[in-house]
Design a protein around this ligand. Structure first.
Ligand SMILES: [Ca+2]
Ligand SMILES: [Ca+2]
Ligand SMILES: [Ca+2]
Length: 502
């Protein structure tokens, strides 16, 4: 009997799953035929389609339920789009994912029959298809309630400046490795420097974190909490960035998930190494201790997101003053043939290049993929492998200059290596990496390496306010410290090294 019951329950779930299945496409249309396209799609889907104008090169996101038997509607497909005269290009809304995992210190400590417990407490598989879990109200760590969707921005003001050594900086082996301290001192001696904005495009950032709060980008043109888009950039009350997953102004990390889900807050971890406030007597320091962090959330708590939300995030960064975007995500592990056709993402990176916003990309973690090896020149990982010059793609190394076993590399397509194994950083809930708590141990990933390069670029730009992205990239590449093992694996043949840059 129990088996029958289980079978019945499974059957119900299967029916529900197919009933709620959605198609999700990105479609570029002739601008003067947009209305006609809307009408045709609504007619084909019996008005069930959801169409969102991405406000970029006439790209539209088209979502619709799959047609059921005997339905008057039809299921949308690439074929159906390609037969429409309004359509210039149609593609899937490809899924993208974060490139970091908890440093593996031991196997599951439970007996085999309890392995599933490790599934709960260990690192997530990062593949939830970019869906938001919709549960915005759960506390994130028991100390502080996560911000509620719909609240006025619950973002504290920047605290007044404090001074003093960062007590936890000693845990950041990577900062020592790249020579961050001396470089930061040289830059400080030059004077105030230019304020550089780095957009961390990720799972969001804990914007209440004590060591990130002083360095959050603030949208000066926006009056918070008045329900008005004061700066008319298309986003209401966007004070520190935007959440493209939930479509609101609270790009908080781990909005609906506990930190015990095995995720320290991927974006919060990345942000710490870019620009945790340096020399403020608190926590750690990013490579760029005074750069400003713009928070753009397009990956959900499990690390999955879609191309549509990614391109909206990049566009926001470019249009709202970011000098650099830090991108610890990509197409890793998806069908290697498909992402090449991700024209929408390529178009957006071209836009970033046209506007001169440096695009730092994690090279990807090959071992998580499906049949990938780690050579990006052979099996590209996108966007790191696109050939736009504006991209700096970054491999991950450990404290002994060894490439992380997971790290992708590529003589033609991966530019430089940076610390990305056992990386210490800020975590959600106003905390820091903590080896004793599952999910909060140090993290591995090209995700962790890329923020070091983003920070280095920001530091360089602050000291060289007139340098364009080409000069910044050249400065970083020229200063790379050669490591013989990388000679045939990386464009620069070396690792990030700030010594020669200032
Ligand atoms: Ca606004
Ligand atoms: Ca406002
Ligand atoms: Ca600090």
């Amino acid at each position: 009997m129990p088996k029958l019951i289980i079978a019945a329950i499974l059957a119900i779930f299967t029916i529900n799953a197919s009933a709620s299945e959605q198609t999700d496409y990105l479609v570029q249309v002739e601008p003067e035929m947009k209305l006609q396209f809307y009408a045709e799609i609504m007619q084909q889907t019996n008005h069930q389609a959801k169409i969102k104008d991405l406000q970029f090169n006439n790209w539209l996101r088209v979502q619709a339920p799959k047609a059921e038997n005997n339905s008057v509607m039809r299921t949308l497909s690439l074929n159906s789009f390609n037969t429409m005269s309004a359509v210039t290009y149609a593609q899937k809304n490809f899924k993208l994912r974060a490139f970091g995992v908890e440093t593996k210190t031991s196997d599951c400590p439970f007996p085999p029959e309890w392995d599933f417990l490790c599934g709960i407490f260990g690192p997530g598989d990062g593949d939830d298809g970019g869906k938001d879990d919709g549960d915005e109200d759960k506390p994130d760590d028991g100390d502080k309630p996560a911000p509620k969707k719909g609240d006025n921005p619950a973002i504290p003001d920047a605290p007044t400046d404090k001074e003093g050594a960062d007590p936890l900086a000693k845990n950041q082996w990577g900062m020592k490795d790249i020579g961050a301290k001396a470089a930061q001192e040289s830059v400080a001696n030059l004077g105030e420097g230019k304020e550089i904005i780095v957009a961390v495009i990720d799972t969001g950032v804990d914007y209440t974190h004590e060591d990130l709060l002083p360095n959050l980008w603030r949208n000066e043109g926006e009056i918070p909490g008045n329900g008005i888009d004061d700066d008319e950039n298309g986003f209401i009350d966007d004070v520190v960035g935007w959440d493209f997953v939930s479509d609101d102004n609270l790009p908080y990390d781990l909005k609906g998930k506990s930190i015990f889900s095995g995720n320290p807050g991927h974006g919060t971890h990345c942000a710490g190494n870019v620009a945790a406030k340096g020399n403020n007597g608190i926590g750690i320091s990013g490579v760029a201790p005074n750069a400003k962090i713009m928070i753009l959330r397009f990956l959900s708590d499990e690390g999955g997101g879609t191309t549509a939300d990614a391109i909206e995030s990049i566009k926001y960064a470019v249009d709202n003053g970011a000098h650099i975007t830090s991108n610890s995500w990509g197409s890793e592990g998806e069908d290697p043939d498909e992402p090449e056709e991700n024209k929408a993402l390529r178009d957006m990176i071209q836009y970033s290049q046209d506007k001169g916003v440096l695009f730092v990309a994690a090279a990807g973690n090959g071992h998580q993929g499906k049949g990938y090896d780690n050579d990006n020149d052979d099996k590209p990982a996108y966007p790191a492998s696109y050939d736009h010059d504006i991209i700096m793609s970054v491999a991950a190394i450990d404290v002994n200059d060894k490439l992380g076993s997971f790290s992708n590399w590529g003589k033609k397509g991966v530019d430089i290596a940076a610390p990305g194994v056992k990386v210490y950083s800020t975590v959600v809930g106003d905390g820091y990496t903590d080896a004793a708590i599952p999910g909060l141990a140090t993290w591995d990933g090209t995700s962790m390496a890329a923020p070091h390069v983003s920070g280095a670029a920001a530091l360089y730009m602050s000291a060289n306010p007139n340098a364009d992205w080409k000069e910044v990239k050249k400065a970083i590449m020229d200063a790379a410290k050669p490591v013989s093992a990388y000679k045939n694996k990386l464009v620069s043949g070396g690792k990030l090294n700030l010594d020669g840059m200032f």
